[in-house]
Write a protein that binds this ligand. Structure first.
Ligand code: CDP
Ligand code: ZN
Length: 167
């Protein structure tokens, strides 16, 4: 009989302050895509909240230690790491446990950028990393209506849920 596993993941990163970082910081990675010209975030890796929360959802679904345990942010060897590599690693672990992705649903909460403008590219990227069809990946954006730190554009956060099935 098939076994199903659900996973949930969350991540948040602080936006850099433009005044301090000037042009060098105007690169945001989201869903494996470079949002060129958008202020970036503080992170040990490239700070991709979509890929980090999705990684934690996958790892959580198979009851493995989370992203911070597998990729500690005080390791020199992973400084600036592309989060696609982190997600790939997590999905390899999922495969090794005998599971495959059924679907993932992802909610990014941020005032900017407008996630819908990049949805297709992000979805295609995530689907290719997870070797699945785009119809199994959903990415949507939401603002925080100007409330709290995310609403004041001090941070960007993301929730992901995924369903795995045994193969
Ligand atoms: O209208 P409501 O208050 O429910 O949502 P909102 O946060 O004002 O966002 C309206 C719509 O804009 C969302 O349903 C998304 O389709 C889109 N959106 C987006 O693509 N990227 C964001 N960062 C925020 C919102
Ligand atoms: Zn992160």
């Amino acid at each position: 009989m098939k076994d199903f596993r659900i996973g949930s993941g969350y991540d948040i990163h602080k936006f850099l302050e433009i005044a301090l970082f000037e042009n060098a910081a105007k690169r945001l990675y989201l869903g494996g895509i470079l949002i060129d010209g958008h202020i970036g975030v503080a992170a040990h890796s490239d700070g991709d909240v979509i890929l980090h929360s999705l990684t934690d959802a996958l790892l959580g679904a198979i009851s493995l230690p989370d992203i911070g345990v597998l990729f500690p942010d005080d390791l020199k060897s992973t400084k600036g790491i592309n989060s696609v590599e982190i997600l790939k690693h997590a999905y390899k672990l999922v495969r090794e446990k005998g599971y495959g992705l059924v679907n993932a649903d992802i909610t990014v909460i941020t005032q900017t950028p407008k996630v819908s403008a990049y949805k297709e590219r992000m979805t295609a990227k995530v689907a290719s990393v997870l070797e699945t069809d785009v119809s199994r990946i959903n990415i949507k954006g939401k603002t925080k209506e100007g409330l709290d730190s995310v609403g004041k554009q001090k941070a960007i956060e993301c929730f992901s849920v995924c369903l795995l099935s045994s193969e």
